[in-house]
Ligand binder design. Structure first.
Ligand code: TYD
Ligand code: MG
Length: 457
């Protein structure tokens, strides 16, 4: 009889160990390491070929790269432009896609809408493990989606799912969600790393062999990472996050890995009572400038993928009653805020050491670009001085550790977009000052932080 192989895996982060230990050396969590059975040696061999990335068999020929035929990827549209954009132009047959997000973000809604429409042209299968078929039918009915051709199945056993997929041969299938799928061959509970790992491996392997587009839904943990992220990362071709606060109207699709395209594109949707609706021209959706101006707000232009986005940044600086004043960043990186405050002190001569600082991006957007640095600092200074900034002004630029203002990509396009939305003044890095004047927009180029702070006075 074949010897059963086992391994020790952390249930939180998915790190592998040879022996059991009390604390995971990767993520420092206690008592999260469990023993898993790896299955018989035969399937381990198949798993190894998965890691090599191919199904060409074990005796693959060695060839020159130039001799490999370059074929255009036979993509097909998902029916939603914003989703296609994030995927890099549509679904690629045989690919495995992971869609992550907080519970309630709208993953099931998005995929149900996509699949119902797609099913009118291609064969599609929706496997639900969390909601009953009745619940899904009710939702589809309420959203007036075409339900005639979409196949649906309530199942969580991976073997049964694969058998059904083999029989019905869909072109696209959704597993909602990977965390509830389990395999009989593995002793641990559904949702544990070993189950997720084995089931996702079997499903991706099936996708490669059969050419079906396999979409796996995954919930993210409180910290914002997919449960057992390391486990899934290397298996899937494309990882997409659906972001957005529960109380915000907008949902943003952001790619974090894509083997078939770029990852910097955003797809933007609005959650309405009719489900998710695409926002085709999102440049100014997060701007709401109707109210009275207040100190502590600045408008900046973010460049996401191939599109500009005007967003409002708010800061509140207030006397702190704590020995260790708070620095809270919502929509920004916390460490970046701390770093910028240090630069503000050293190179701008402004001290906020005894103040609480709160920073927020309006509308629940997450800004990962460094071009937000200067806008964030001007908002902080505006709040500290309790002085309203000019409402027709946009600010962007990266702030370096020595107080220099560095240029950011696509400066010209950002400025044109600001001018289009009626802004009259722009504080920009000197390196981004356009050669030709932009009609109706006064450009104030700055190269150091103190210059920039003087310009916003
Ligand atoms: P859902 O797709 O079930 O989220 P997930 O699968 O990511 O957990 O979305 C649920 C949320 O979306 C729920 O809070 C209500 C909201 N929603 C609407 O606002 N309008 C709608 O038409 C639908 C279907 C959902
Ligand atoms: Mg769901």
């Amino acid at each position: 009889m074949a010897k059963v192989k086992t391994a020790f895996v952390c249930n939180d982060c998915g790190a592998d160990y040879r022996k059991w230990q009390g604390q995971c050396s990767e993520c420092r969590a206690w008592n999260t390491i469990t023993e898993i059975r790896l299955g018989p040696a035969k399937s381990a061999g198949v798993a190894r070929s998965t890691h090599a990335g191919g199904y060409a068999g074990t005796t693959a020929a060695v060839r020159l790269l130039k001799d490999i035929d370059v074929v255009e990827l036979p993509r097909f549209s998902s029916g939603l432009q914003e989703l296609d954009r994030v995927l890099g132009g549509g679904f690629v047959p045989g690919s495995a896609i992971l869609i992550g997000g907080h519970p309630g973000a709208g993953k099931s809604t998005l995929l149900l809408q996509t699949l119902c429409t797609l099913a009118t042209q291609h064969s599609a299968l929706y496997v639900t493990g969390e909601e009953s078929p009745q619940q899904i039918a009710m939702r589809a009915d309420r959203l007036s989606l075409p339900t005639d051709t979409l196949k649906i199945m309530a199942e969580t056993d991976v073997d049964a799912i694969l058998a059904a997929a083999d029989q019905h041969k869909p072109k696209v299938m959704v597993i909602d969600s990977i965390q509830v799928v389990h395999s009989e061959a593995i002793a641990s509970a559904p949702g544990s790393v070993s189950q997720v790992r084995e089931c996702a491996a079997q499903l991706t392997r099936f996708a490669k062999q059969s050419g079906v587009v396999m979409i796996l839904v995954g919930h993210v943990t409180k910290e914002g990472s997919l449960a057992g992220p390391k486990v899934l990362e290397h298996m899937i071709d494309c990882s997409i996050l659906l972001e957005g606060e529960q109380d915000s109207r907008y949902r943003i699709l952001r790619g974090s890995k894509n083997r078939f395209g770029a990852v910097n594109e955003l797809g933007i949707f609005a959650m309405t009572d009719q489900g998710l609706r695409e926002v085709k021209n999102p440049s100014a959706i997060f701007l709401d400038r109707a109210e009275r101006p207040a100190p502590g707000t600045t408008v900046m232009v973010v460049w996401e993928g191939t599109r500009p986005l005007l967003v409002e940044i708010q800061a509140l600086v207030d006397d702190s009653s704590l020995g260790n004043p708070r620095r809270v960043a919502v929509g920004f990186e916390q460490n970046r805020l701390a770093m910028l405050l240090a630069v503000l002190h050293r190179h701008g001569g402004i001290q906020v050491g005894d103040q609480d600082v709160f920073a927020n991006v309006v509308g629940g957007v997450r800004v990962l670009e460094t071009s937000a640095d200067l806008a964030l600092l001007t908002a902080i200074v505006s709040s500290l001085r309790n002085r309203v900034l000019s409402r027709d002004m946009v600010v962007f630029g990266e702030v370096g550790l020595s107080g220099e203002i560095r240029p950011v990509p696509s400066g010209q396009e950002r400025l044109s977009e600001a001018a289009k939305h009626g802004f009259r003044r722009a504080i920009v890095p000197r390196g981004n000052a356009p050669k030709q004047p932009i009609k109706g927009l006064e450009i104030i180029p700055v190269s150091r932080l103190d210059e920039a702070l003087q310009a916003v006075q």
